[in-house]
Design a protein around this ligand. Structure first.
Ligand code: ADP
Ligand code: ASP
Ligand code: MG
Length: 464
């Protein structure tokens, strides 16, 4: 491994990009908190803009003119207001970009359909616009700050629009080629999170929450000293503070624990976000834009302390899940049925978040995202029921998946009993349950209506 550079990669999420004032203070943090070390900023779209753009694409495809008009007006006014306040060239570049978005939306309405590719093209404007604003804010105090989209900076992906996978070696190489010379000259850079491009230059997106992923890819490419993820909470907490007001800040957790939390939707993080940093051994720190004095949460390779009496570190919750159960006697004792299920779903690019199978083998339950549930059911019906390999494929929607996560759980007897006891005391029914052999987490599915109570019950059992 080449020696670590002293660069700090800082990612500012939508919550740090709310309006001109928060963008200016984010730029100020980029300038003042790195103790003179080189800085590359990665930015998300302004708060709520990704949601508006997704709705805008749908409204355009349906030729719903009133909705298109309203959404476009909201996106325009949010960016124009911020650009005017930030100045320094931002109004002109933002206006030119908004006009392009307008033309793209008109084209989608004319064709009457939104492909995965055109959806990416629309949603990418969120990060392209916020990058212009941050670039203007970062260079307004003097000094040069160059702005890049993820693709311009060097991130290339496959063509899996909506959840594109980076061609990692090539991306790392290109990012270094683009950014390092500029840092060596004492300049700074801002790069759009979440968006990239194919090898043919077509815009792609990395999946929701993908800006954290961009930041860690950049960190790996530049062999950064640290990667800082700025957000609106002091760091990673023992649970979502919106659900559990008494949630506590975690000072230090391991990459394995953080990745496990990310997979369960803590902090709306992309499930792969931390992997490039973990792989290259680059420390990641979660910090609060609105409370920069707090040291935040540091993600480290291995836990330095032993048993601190808290085997469970955190209780993440994943909303909008669904359980698919493949059932039928034909599966019993027939090797390869599970493999067929997984192959069929992998081919349809459906991500399985949790698996459980009873010893009787009469059913395999899979937890997947709600948005992919109907498609997954259709795939399994076609691949397993028609050839007679399974009798039924049932779908339960409106469920949430939650987990208790902590590396101290390994080899600790009685954790599962405490999980079940706490949920039973609160009268919460568990629909499915799974534990990996690493014993890093126990995950379970409950109805959406019971999810918040389940998190609170487990938090008070394990964390207090
Ligand atoms: P950003 O826009 O900065 O990327 P996100 O919305 O992705 O912000 O993540 C920040 C939010 O994640 C917080 O406001 C908090 O409510 C939520 N969250 C959920 N679980 C956790 C957790 N375990 N620790 C910290 N924040 C969490
Ligand atoms: N703007 C994108 C999203 O909302 C990416 C991100 O914020 O990380 O998912
Ligand atoms: Mg986020």
């Amino acid at each position: 491994m080449s020696p670590r550079s002293n660069t700090i990669v800082m990612k500012f999420g939508g919550t740090s990009m709310k309006d001109a004032e928060t963008i200016r203070s984010s730029a100020q943090l980029a300038a003042s908190t790195a103790d003179g070390r080189p800085v590359v900023a990665v930015v998300s779209a302004m708060d709520q803009v990704t949601e508006h753009l997704l709705d805008l694409g749908d409204a355009a495809a349906a030729d719903n003119r009133a909705a298109v008009y309203n959404l476009m007006a909201q996106v325009r006014s949010k960016h124009e207001t911020a650009a005017k306040a930030i100045g320094n060239g931002a109004p002109a570049s933002v206006d030119a970009m908004l006009d392009k978005l307008d033309r793209l939306v008109g084209g989608i309405a004319a064709v009457g359909e939104l492909t995965a590719r055109s959806k990416d093209a629309v949603v990418a404007f969120g990060e392209m616009l916020s990058t212009q604003l941050m670039g203007a804010a970062m260079s307004s105090g003097g000094g040069i700050c160059k702005a890049f989209t993820g693709g311009q900076a060097g991130i290339v992906t496959n063509e899996n629009h909506g959840k594109a996978e980076p061609l990692m070696d090539l991306s790392l190489f290109q990012l270094k080629q683009t950014l390092q010379p500029l840092l060596d000259k004492g300049e700074r850079a801002v790069v759009s999170g979440f968006i990239a491009q194919t090898q043919h230059g077509v815009v792609t997106t990395l999946g929701r929450g993908g800006s954290d992923y961009t930041a860690c890819i950049l960190g790996a490419a530049l062999n950064a000293d640290e990667i800082w993820i700025w957000s609106d909470v002091d760091g990673l907490m023992t649970a979502d503070p919106r659900t559990v007001p008494s949630a506590k800040l975690l000072a230090e957790i391991t990459f394995a624990e953080a990745i496990e939390m990310g997979q369960f939707g803590a902090k709306s993080m992309h499930p792969l976000a931390l992997e490039p940093a973990a792989e290259h051994g680059i420390p990641v720190r979660f910090r609060n834009t609105f409370n920069p004095k707090s040291a935040g949460t540091r993600i480290v390779p291995i836990q330095p302390t032993g048993d601190d009496g808290h085997p469970v570190k955190s209780i993440p919750l994943l909303k909008n899940a669904a359980v698919l159960t493949v059932g039928g006697a034909a599966m019993i004792g027939r090797p390869g049925t599970a493999a067929k299920v997984f192959d069929a779903l992998a081919e349809a690019r459906i991500n399985i978040m949790m698996i459980s199978q009873s010893v009787s083998e009469a059913g395999i339950s899979l937890v997947i995202g709600k948005d992919q549930a109907e498609r997954a059911r259709a795939v399994l019906e076609r691949m397993l029921m028609r050839p007679g390999l399974a009798k039924s494929v049932t779908l339960v929607e409106d469920v949430c998946a939650l987990a208790v996560v902590g590396s101290g759980m390994a080899g600790h007897a009685g954790i599962a009993a405490r999980v079940f006891g706490a949920l039973a005391k609160s009268n919460i029914n568990i629909i499915a349950i799974a534990q990996g052999s690493s014993e890093l987490s126990i995950s379970m599915v409950v109805s959406a209506g019971a999810a918040a109570d389940a998190v609170r019950a487990l938090h008070s059992e394990f964390i207090g």
